[in-house]
Design a protein around this ligand. Sequence first.
Ligand SMILES: [Zn+2]
Length: 542
Amino acid sequence: MDRFYVTTPIYYVNAEPHIGHAYTTIVADVMNRFQKLMGRKTFFLTGTDEHGDKIVQAAEDAGVDPKSYADRISAMFRQTWPQLNVSNDHFIRTTDPEHMKTVQYILQKVHDSGDIYFSTYKGLYCVGCERFYTEKELVDGKCPDHEKEPVEREEANYFFRMSKYQGWLLEHIQSNEGFIRPERYRNEVLSFLKEPLEDLCISRPKERLSWGIPLPFDDRYVTYVWFDALINYVSAIGYPDGPLFHEFWPVAQHTIAKDILKPHGIYWPTMARAAGFPPFQHLNVHGYWRTEGGKMSKSHGTVVRPLDLAPLYGVDAFRYFLLREMVFGLDANFSEEALVQRLNSDLANDLGNLFSRTTGMTDRYFQGKIPPFGSEPDELDRSLVTQMEATLDQWRTEMPRLAFHKTLMAVWECINAANKYVDHAAPWNLAKDPGQLPKLQTVLRTLLEINKVVAVLISPFMPDTSEKMLQRLGIEKGGFGPAPGRRREMGHFEGRYARAQGGTPFSEDSKRRAEGRQASQGSRQTRILPGCGPETCTRGKG
Ligand SMILES: [Zn+2]
């Protein structure tokens, strides 16, 4: 497949961007940069979800109208992503006229085919969640999120005949491995599907909620939540007739946090089926970031603001930390201490040190000129190159499987092996003996090649660092071509010169700065702000 389409959820504008949003979005960015590097034509979508009761409430609290409120928060998200080096191609808002038109088009289509009907819904409703609960979902008769008893409510509404598609969805999940991944989430959806699927309420009376997209077949109602939000994934690429839709929808991958598994794993594919287009290719589901040992929850609300730490330690260090620390699919702990630890050990000590030694010795012994291989490679040289090649293979296979931490571990094993290689080969001793010049050339050249490949492998994670390293090695932006890391790439340097540009990433200086900040903070905890957790700012409504 020569194309790639990745999305984040559209984030609910009832709160400002936080680490949960940042992680999902950076993951999508890393995936997108990797696929681009592999020569694929890519499209990367993010955006904001702007309708619903909570927005009306938040706007009232802020003393503005819903649209002005949505404009303000949406702009915050839009401004956050470039600061984290996120390279999305489009930013969609559910208040975009094009999106609203598409939602109405799909609603009309599904209504015409008989899969939307009018009925009365009676149930237990949590006002905080804006949704009805089943008895089974309640904990001690209370909403598990708000720890409040729901109220009984009866309401005439429109319903999507989701139950009709249960058999089809079960079959589709069972016959498409990787449709929902990692497997634990696939199993979770399969276990939901063991129970009879209920139809989905898709409207709210305008008298109760006017901030939404009017139903095209009954203007007394607006569209409720998911039938508006989920459609962004196709409205953004011009469904039903746009060229981008035809090009990218067949390869669509959604990246989400686990709180919105059910809407994405069940509602969305059945909606697509009813509207007459195939479902996404992959749903990639990740876990939660915990701070201070507890899940960041909406009621206890602890949030690390990404923008607080990213500029302090550097965007690349921040991105590296998130991708290295979390096993995709599982929960992970976030702390400033752990971030500083990674910055000092992995980035400054391992990567920074290898790069500064290599370029420093190239300057010293070869006046900055990339030396040709001299002596025949010996066992030591060969084993390092073999390891690098194995790392390349792993990178190519593990990245599309979302094994980011594993990929980075492999790259770092290689970096550590290269640092050991420097110690063993001791170029400073070789340099003392003119008869050892051919050997010195081979050692430095091998190291330069390893540094070059490392720079390419880390580029989806740390684009700025990668660029700086390649620039210092005399390689133009994008000069390593598509699908890098093939074996023939070795030897790319012929006739090139290392330049005194770019500089050394994660130098001792950045390490000292991080340590200084830690010291000045003493035992103070990571700065955390009251707010909402990852599950509230994407739609936490099951
Ligand atoms: Zn609730």
